[in-house]
Design a protein around this ligand. Structure first.
Ligand SMILES: Nc1nc2c(ncn2[C@@H]2O[C@H](COP(=O)(O)OP(=O)(O)OP(=O)(O)O)[C@@H](O)[C@H]2O)c(=O)[nH]1
Length: 408
């Protein structure tokens, strides 16, 4: 974008969200950044007037990375010009960091970082792997399941963005399996595409009436498969992330955290493995808002979210449970292991410095921990961890307490 506008970019705030923004004001620098291969997205200022060199240049860049246009214009003509230039989105000028972060974490660049996932349910393994090969060639990740009864576990483990399903399988047909999937609240909206030799219009219409996304008649050619799968999977991924995550921190929101906790709990029981839950709350956070203002308070919340994400281990869940309250699920950890880990996190976070209007400051959190040793349900896990969190607050803050050791 033009050099005189670069100073108005919220680069420091973007860095706070975990991005590495680079400000450039010449097409040559942009070309160099794109050639380097590390650039995930481009943000280009545009006035959307007839002679707008940035829009014209951006049209060529948009073929290589998602380009987000920023403009003071919000009218229809500007929106249309953005679409015609291949823009991934139109953001308001002056650019607000959280709007860009929202676009990047839900948009096309997010799918580039984390490929779309397709679960293929087909009793003929060779055919399933043929479909998988086609989708993999287009950059998608696939998993094949040949037995209907294995589908619920595969969904839990793989978290697909779309299910491609054979209609006729031994033991359980596709319609029944679709109903089993849809009856789970969190999976009600997942796109299901049927693959079948079925040509009877009545049967196809009955299938669509069930709320499945579509019907592909075998044999399906590669283009038809890919064009039916990618847009639907991408749309579901985007909608799900809008619904499941908190817009400030990008962590799971309250209800989705709780839903995923139930899934992890069931898995831990099935596999006979331990599981712990922790609730975290920033200490004296009201004073941060009062002293430095709400924007600095928001930056501390974002920093804690980013800190937790950076320290996240495979399989762990992190959610924003309430305003300044966060929640963690640690599959495979018993209470003692979880307390030790939370205490290490507490210690490391307390060493960070935050920048405020009234100078730099440190921030601590307290945490309560519970585990399957003492709690039998998701509700009980959260209740016990919460009770320990408030005991930690009452007894001095900046500490971690576990239910079983505190109540022994
Ligand atoms: N900046 C900002 N503040 C928030 C947000 N959500 C909640 N808060 C603030 O968090 C503060 C919580 O204050 P209290 O519940 O009194 O707790 P505290 O000051 O952290 O004290 P203890 O928890 O007892 O250590 C309130 O001032 C809320 O306004 C948010 O999204 N952004």
């Amino acid at each position: 974008m033009p050099a005189q506008l670069l100073a108005a970019l919220p680069l420091t705030q973007l860095a706070c969200y975990g991005f590495e923004p680079v400000a450039v004001d010449s097409p040559r620098d942009i070309e160099a950044a794109l050639t380097g291969g590390d650039t995930q997205a481009l943000v280009a200022y545009s006035e959307f007037c007839t002679h707008d060199p940035w829009r014209r240049a951006a049209e060529t860049w948009a073929r290589r990375v998602p380009v987000y246009f920023v403009s003071a214009r919000r009218d229809f003509d500007a929106r249309l010009a953005c679409v015609r230039a291949g823009g991934a989105g139109l953001l308001a000028w002056p650019l607000a960091a959280h709007e860009l972060v929202d676009a990047l974490s839900h948009g096309d660049s997010a799918t580039q970082r984390d490929p779309l996932r397709v679960l293929i349910v087909e009793d003929m393994g060779s055919l399933a792997h043929l479909y998988a090969g086609v989708l993999t060639d287009f950059g998608l990740t696939t998993r094949v399941v040949t037995q209907p009864q294995d589908v619920p576990d595969a969904i839990d483990a793989f978290q697909p963005d779309l299910i491609l399903m054979d209609m006729y399988m031994p033991g359980c047909d596709g319609l029944e399996l679709a109903r089993v999937i849809r009856q789970q609240r969190l999976l009600d909206g997942i796109p299901i595409l049927f693959l079948s030799v079925e040509k009877q219009r009545r049967v196809q219409l009955d299938t669509l009436a069930l709320g499945v996304e579509g019907f592909l008649t075998k044999p399906v050619d590669s283009d038809e498969l890919v064009m039916n799968v990618i847009p639907r999977a991408r749309r579901y991924r985007k909608l799900r992330s809008y619904i499941a995550t908190d817009s400030l921190t990008g962590l799971l929101n309250h209800s989705h955290f709780y839903g995923q906790l139930e899934v992890e709990l069931a898995r831990a029981r099935r596999e006979g493995r331990p599981l712990a839950c922790a609730m975290l709350d920033l200490d004296g956070f009201k004073a941060v808002n009062d002293t430095h203002g709400h924007l600095v308070g928001d930056a501390v919340l974002v920093t804690l979210a980013r800190f937790l994400k950076e320290h996240r281990r495979a399989g762990e869940l992190i959610g924003r449970y309430g305003g300044e309250e966060f929640a963690l699920v640690l599959p495979g950890a018993d209470e003692a292991a979880a307390c030790e880990r939370l205490d290490a996190l507490r210690d490391a976070f307390a060493r960070l410095e935050h920048a405020g209007a009234a100078g730099r400051f440190g921030q601590t959190f307290s945490a309560g921990v519970s585990s399957l040793d003492s709690a039998g349900s998701a509700k009980e896990l959260v209740r016990q961890a919460d009770a320990m969190l408030y005991r930690a607050k009452r007894t001095g803050r900046d500490r971690v307490l576990g239910w079983s050791s505190a109540n022994a």
